[in-house]
Design a protein around this ligand. Structure first.
Ligand code: ATP
Length: 302
């Protein structure tokens, strides 16, 4: 288990962390998302003892990371997949890490297989694509067979096949009972992967909930329907609903139960089809939550 309690951190005039607090539970993939500058990397660096917090604490299995005598057996981490010696082969890179922790070559070969890198084990890591470097980073994180994993943007640079592999792999690691924290810019990457999501903004937690809860809140009892009649939006608005036209000819309706929507359209003899409960995506939920916490946003195109 990883717990982050009231972390505060300033860099000069910038407040990077402003009371960041959350827990990463065993047996779950916890997504850690938020706009640029939300404080995700700073939080992870503090968990690993690479930065010192001004206040608060971060614990791994109940202890500060710096006090662990064999840390790779407690927490595996991937912060920067590009950080490796380009001249070393993948296997030698892992052997070097393994020896520093009293782990043998057999474990190195196991994690190379797990990460799908056996065939590339004797190639120089400097020639690896970003996706392969991510796999090598994951292999390194797994060396000590730790109960907790913390991965910063592991989907970065992965091709579609790699993304599917990574999703399944993270799920399997959580199913083995590990606590898995995964940061990402793209909420969509975490769909079908994360059980739980911590949304950060401006150095603190904006939402900390299960994926099911987030989706239910963002769906908010809305329904969608399809109608070719221009009158549909008008009669529903008049009946008290709020209506948003979609780009695909659908209307999203909120503020009225489905039965009332159907009754209103029938009463006004407005043709319609496909009345369904609106299902928000994780991306929708995220955009709604972070609307006020984004530092940099492109001007809307008019
Ligand atoms: N070493 C540093 N010196 C000065 N400012 C820093 C430093 N590290 C982080 N910051 C600032 O702290 C804030 C939080 O940054 P952090 O990298 O933790 O956010 P993030 O959520 O990981 O962002 P991103 O998604 O862009 O990686 C930002 O405003 C950033 O500019």
């Amino acid at each position: 288990m990883i717990s982050v309690n009231g972390l505060r951190k300033r860099f000069g005039a910038t407040t990077a962390l402003d009371g960041m607090t959350f827990t990463v539970r065993p047996g779950q993939v916890t997504g850690f998302v938020g706009p640029n500058g939300a404080g995700k990397s700073t939080t992870m660096r503090i968990v690993l003892g690479l930065d010192a917090a001004d206040a608060g604490e971060a614990l791994v299995g109940g202890r500060p990371y710096r006090t662990l005598s064999d840390p790779l057996r407690h927490l595996g981490s991937l912060l920067d997949a590009a950080a490796l010696q380009p001249g070393r082969t993948a296997r030698n890179h892992l052997l070097w890490l393994a020896h520093s922790q009293g782990l043998g070559a057999r474990r190195v070969d196991e994690v190379l297989t797990q990460a799908g890198l056996s065939a590339a084990a004797r190639r120089r890591a400097g020639g690896f694509s970003l996706g392969m470097r991510q796999r090598l980073g994951i292999a390194a994180a797994l060396l000590g067979d730790p109960p907790a994993l913390m991965l910063d943007e592991p989907f970065n640079g992965m091709d579609p096949e790699g993304i599917i592999w990574m999703r399944r792999f993270l799920r399997a690691l959580a199913a083995e009972g590990r606590a898995v924290l995964v940061s990402s810019h793209l909420m969509s990457e975490l769909q079908d992967t994360a059980d739980h999501v911590v949304v950060a903004g401006r150095g603190r937690v904006i939402a900390d909930a299960s994926v099911a809860e987030l989706l239910a809140a963002a769906s908010d009892g809305r329904i969608t329907l399809r109608s070719s009649s221009a009158g549909a939006a008008a009669v529903l608005t008049e009946a008290g609903a709020s209506v948003t036209p979609g780009t695909d000819g659908t209307l999203t309706v909120s503020g009225l139960p489905a039965e009332t929507v159907v009754a209103v359209l029938n009463r006004h003899q407005v043709p319609f089809s496909e009345v369904t409960a609106y299902r928000a995506s994780l991306e929708d939920a995220y955009l709604e939550l972070t609307r006020d916490a984004v530092d940099y946003r492109a001007e809307e195109v008019r």
